[in-house]
Design a protein around this ligand. Structure first.
Ligand SMILES: *[C@@H]1O[C@H](CO)[C@@H](O)[C@H](O)[C@H]1NC(C)=O
Ligand SMILES: *[C@@H]1O[C@H](CO)[C@@H](O)[C@H](O)[C@H]1NC(C)=O
Ligand SMILES: *[C@@H]1O[C@H](CO)[C@@H](O)[C@H](O)[C@H]1NC(C)=O
Ligand SMILES: *[C@@H]1O[C@H](CO)[C@@H](O)[C@H](O)[C@H]1NC(C)=O
Ligand SMILES: *[C@@H]1O[C@H](CO)[C@@H](O)[C@H](O)[C@H]1NC(C)=O
Ligand SMILES: *[C@@H]1O[C@H](CO)[C@@H](O)[C@H](O)[C@H]1NC(C)=O
Length: 299
């Protein structure tokens, strides 16, 4: 009822905007991916992958040289008017994705660490979604300098590298990347630091742990990278419990985890459209029950 009565108003407003040449409605592809991006932000908070901090982004489906993410705001609070289109080239803001009259310096400040996203997109042309999060049980692994290894099918993308997921360590950066007089505050606040982080990714794992900080996850879509980030967190729980049980029962042996073949086949099965959609349907239904989360693009 509500949407029917508002429709004539919405149409005339859209025409007005077009007439003034200020607001161009984003394409259907951008709108669809933005819907997932807002849901993804809210879901990551709902599932405790992020808290006040952390972020998810996507490559612009209309232009592979740009990415879309919110400006600096807690992920739980993001709405369509928080979304910004950024250059991958230098992580500068181009415009608000849903209000193209707000451009450049007029765009509210972005996340300092948006270089995590820009440099991962730059390094990996096949990546279309990135998550950065300060997930507690993942930080424990980086603190202990133990990489994660896939322990279950839904976390196959964690991979089965011998030493586990790579661990990015601010303290071992060369001065060419982190000069002596630059702040050693763990934050990925420029291109050189973003490149150093992106360089840590290895074939066979979609996750890099960040010591004292969190993790970076790359994926093939917003849904995929949110799924990977959530199951990386779950995998950390399983791996730590299994390690403790192993210490008790097996004289301190770490869990072997999945074999490479099983992990690889599990990624294909668990990240299939049908299973991703099943998870997404649950998670969007859950965030819809919580008034804190507002996805004004999907109503
Ligand atoms: C929208 O995305 C679909 C699927 O990726 C693609 O086939 C189509 O060309 C895109 N449309 C535009 C206008 O870019
Ligand atoms: C794609 O993005 C780049 C970088 O922002 C820009 O220079 C280029 O004009 C864009 N291409 C199109 C077709 O909009
Ligand atoms: C950022 O990169 C874009 C695309 O290459 C370029 O047009 C723009 O001038 C750059 N902006 C700055 C501030 O370097
Ligand atoms: C777009 O931004 C302009 C400038 O801040 C503002 O006046 C206008 O109300 C905004 N439009 C919408 C739809 O939010
Ligand atoms: C990862 O795989 C790609 C494509 O198969 C290859 O070009 C690249 O050299 C590999 N990187 C490493 C570090 O093995
Ligand atoms: C992108 O390709 C590299 C190999 O070049 C591969 O290791 C990685 O898993 C791919 N990433 C995605 C998100 O598909």
């Amino acid at each position: 009822m509500k949407s029917i009565s508002l429709r004539p108003f919405a149409i005339s407003l859209a025409l007005l905007w077009q007439g003034r040449g200020q607001i161009i409605s984003p394409s259907a592809n951008v709108t669809n991916v933005a819907i997932d991006l807002l849901d993804g932000s809210h879901i990551l908070h709902f599932l405790d992958v992020v808290d006040a901090f952390g972020h998810v982004s996507t490559r612009n489906p209309d232009n592979a040289s740009q990415f879309i993410m919110s400006f600096a705001i807690a992920p739980a609070l993001a709405t369509s008017q928080s979304l910004v289109t950024y250059e991958i080239d230098n992580a500068t803001a181009i415009q608000l994705t849903f209000n193209t009259s707000v451009t450049g310096d007029a765009v509210p400040s972005g996340f300092l660490e948006r270089f995590i996203h820009s440099q991962i997109y730059k390094a990996f042309p096949n990546v279309t979604g990135v998550v950065h999060a300060h997930t507690l049980n993942v930080i424990s692994f980086a603190a202990a300098e133990i990489g994660l290894r896939a322990q279950m099918g839904s976390a196959g993308s964690v991979g089965t590298l011998t030493n586990g997921t790579p661990i990015f360590d601010f303290d071992s950066l060369p001065t060419s990347v982190l000069p002596e007089d630059a702040p050693h505050n763990l934050l990925i606040g420029n291109e050189a630091l973003g490149d150093a982080l992106a360089d840590m990714f290895e074939n066979g794992s979609e996750v890099v742990l960040m010591k004292g900080h969190g993790m970076a996850v790359r994926g093939t879509s917003v849904r995929d990278v949110v799924f990977r980030a959530f199951y990386t967190m779950q995998n950390a729980d399983v791996q730590s419990t299994a390690s403790l049980l192993g210490a008790l029962a097996l004289g301190g042996q770490p869990p072997a985890g999945l074999s490479p073949r099983v992990a690889m086949d599990a990624v294909a099965a668990f990240e299939s459209d049908s299973l991703l959609s099943r998870a997404w349907a649950l998670w969007t239904a859950q965030v819809d029950q919580v008034p804190l989360y507002v996805n004004d693009l999907r109503s």
